[in-house]
Design a protein around this ligand. Structure first.
Ligand code: NDP
Length: 454
């Protein structure tokens, strides 16, 4: 076995695999970070099951099946032509059609889409549903764009994307910058081009046109259900706890709603410009009015109520809390912030966003025994409910809110139990990072081995 500098990063059996990725994907730091975290925690499983080192399963798992990059030309309201870049990374279809969201944000590049697609593959395996992993998006910035511009952009994006997707092939959904409005324009253009009312081709749809109850709430609710499970095994709950939630988008808002319903007090929320603190508990109706109806900034919350104050500099993780839910974006919570949270008495952290905690931060939480729910487990409720939406579309049925919410809560409890049991079985009780990575990996790897070298 060749060993490299990667061995110093905690990799032994997987050092060669990672060294090759470091070389080939050196311009993709987020992808390398995600792969490294997974490989490191797979080591105990590979020691026990040497068969996974055969057949280049790891190398195949870390290489997307297909990567599509395309031009997205569109006309802005002034009549000028704009050109953006579109991506769809079809990462792994061992368990089912590629499944994962589309992100519209100026930071989007191939490495970010690959990291998200890789994580999605293992996350989707944890849901127990027959879905593979994929992710996509564009460097298009929706901020400040009119509704007509958003529609023209989505139509142009789908004009290329429609060749690559289908209910049995690849099923996109939303992510940062892509909500129900964008899904509507994307689905509308798909229907127009293909002349097919193929509801199962995209999820996150409106309730009148094939959407599922609870899909909008699912990622935020699911994150809180997962954290509640982690607390429960420690004899705790959300009741009476101070909760800090970063972001004020889809995931953050519904995580806040569920945390408050379970008895927590959400004292701070943020956006990319700053954060607000409201010691008496964030008024979610006000946040939603500002963010959802007028696409405003979180600062307006403090302008509109005397109870709150706004902080433009610094980090929301300086606000003392018992439970921290990072729900904004990747690498938003670093080692220093993790140490601050710890000093302030945090007992549980649940990643509503994908990879919001840096490796340093994760280490701080794991070393100190804080209950830490990694994104691929804690935020799997969104894609799980997308899977439920696909089931409803396939049977031309629609389920009630309470029934769908119950299914979501059961799936999150199952994911929690699987991660917990796997971590204990591999000698790391309480380490949900290791549990999630090994449980997801074994499912995908076993299936890849069954399907042959493809
Ligand atoms: P939204 O676009 O609805 O909201 C994103 C929020 O994060 C906004 O408040 C945004 O603020 C904030 N944000 C974005 N970038 C930064 C930054 N660099 N620093 C601080 N804040 C930032 O996205 P979602 O809520 O859908 O997604 C949030 C996270 O959850 C992402 O990591 C996504 O991948 C993950 N996720 C989402 C799922 C879903 O179903 N939607 C499913 C699973 C995971 P601003 O308005 O200023 O940009």
């Amino acid at each position: 076995m060749t060993t490299t500098g990667a061995e110093g990063n905690g990799l032994r059996l997987t050092a060669k695999v990672f060294a090759d990725i470091e070389q080939r994907d050196r311009h993709e730091p987020e992808f390398r970070q995600a792969v490294h975290e997974v490989l490191e925690s797979l080591e105990p499983a590979l020691e026990r099951h040497g068969e996974y080192l055969d057949g280049r399963v790891l190398e195949r798992l870390c290489e997307p099946e297909r990567q599509i990059i395309f031009r997205v030309p569109w006309t802005d309201d002034k009549g000028d032509i704009q050109v953006n870049r579109g991506f769809r990374v079809e990462f792994n279809s061992a368990l089912g059609p590629y499944k994962g969201g589309l992100r519209f944000h100026p930071s989007v590049n191939l490495g970010i889409v690959k990291f998200l697609g890789f994580e999605q593959t293992l996350k989707n395996a944890l849901t127990g549903l027959p879905i593979g992993g994929g992710k996509g998006g564009s460097d298009f910035d929706p901020k400040g764009r009119s509704d007509a511009e958003i529609m023209r952009f989505c139509q142009s994006f789908m004009t290329e994307l429609h060749r690559h997707i289908g209910e049995y092939t690849d099923v996109p959904a939303g992510d940062i910058g892509v909500g129900r409005r964008e899904i509507g324009y994307l689905f509308g253009q798909y229907k127009r081009i293909t002349n097919r009312y193929e509801s199962g081709v995209i999820t996150g749809k409106g309730l009148n046109w094939g959407g599922s109850q609870v899909r909008v709430e699912a990622t935020g609710y699911g994150t809180v259900y997962f954290v509640d499970e982690m607390l429960r095994v420690r004899g705790e709950g959300f009741g009476g706890k101070r909760v800090v939630i970063s972001g004020s988008g889809n995931v953050a808002v519904y995580a806040a709603q569920k945390a408050a319903e379970l008895g927590g007090t959400v004292v701070a929320m943020s956006d990319s410009a700053g954060y607000v603190v409201d010691e008496s508990g964030i008024d979610l109706d006000l946040v939603r009015e500002i963010k959802e109806t007028r696409a405003g900034r979180i600062k307006e919350y403090a302008d509109r109520t005397t109870r709150a104050h706004y902080v433009a500099d610094g980090t929301i993780w300086d606000v003392a809390c018992d439970i921290a839910l990072p729900c904004a974006t990747q690498n938003e919570l670093d080692g220093r912030s993790a140490a601050t949270l710890l000093r302030n008495g945090v007992i549980a952290v649940g990643e509503g966003a994908n990879m919001p905690a840096t490796p340093d931060a994760v280490k701080v939480f794991l070393d100190s025994g804080v209950a830490f729910g990694p994104g691929k487990a804690a935020n799997a409720g969104g894609v799980a409910t997308s899977g439920l939406e696909m089931q409803q579309n396939a049977s031309r049925d629609s389920w009630h809110f309470d029934y769908t919410d119950k299914r979501l809560a059961e799936i999150m409890a199952d994911i929690h139990a699987m991660c917990r049991e796997t971590a204990a079985a591999y000698g790391a009780p309480g380490n949900y990072v290791l549990g999630a990575n090994i449980a997801g990996f074994i499912k995908v790897a076993d299936t890849m081995r069954d399907l042959g070298v493809i």
